[in-house]
Design a protein around this ligand. Structure first.
Ligand SMILES: [Zn+2]
Length: 92
C-alpha cells in the first residue's frame, strides 16, 4: 500500500465511522523500518520480528517508535536500575 492508498483507506474508514482504526492505519504507515536506538533493520513481513520487537505509539506526536528486543530490554533494565537507585536514596 502506498501513501495515497493508505490515506484513501483511512478516509473511507472514517466515513464508515471507524475513526480509531483509521488512525491506527495511518500510524502504522508511519512505522519505522529500523530500531530507533541501534538502527537494526526491521522486517514487517517477518512474523517473529513483529512479535518480538516493541512498538510505542505516541498518538499526540503521531509517532511510532520501534525498538529491537535488545534495546528494549536495555531500556527496561535502565529504568529498573534508576528506580532502585531512587528507592535506595529514599531509604536513607
Ligand atoms: Zn536496537
Amino acid at each position: 500500500m502506498n501513501r495515497e492508498q493508505r490515506r484513501a483507506a483511512a478516509k473511507q474508514m472514517k466515513k464508515d465511522g471507524n475513526e480509531e482504526l483509521a488512525e491506527k492505519v495511518v500510524l502504522f504507515g508511519k512505522l519505522e523500518d529500523e530500531c530507533l536506538v541501534c538502527a537494526k533493520p526491521f522486517d514487517k513481513k517477518d512474523k517473529e520480528m513483529v512479535m518480538s520487537w516493541s512498538v510505542v505509539v505516541r498518538e499526540k506526536e503521531e509517532k511510532v517508535n520501534l525498538y529491537c528486543p535488545e534495546c528494549w530490554n536495555g531500556a527496561i533494565e535502565m529504568l529498573q536500575q534508576a528506580k532502585e537507585e531512587i528507592l535506595g536514596l529514599e531509604e536513607e
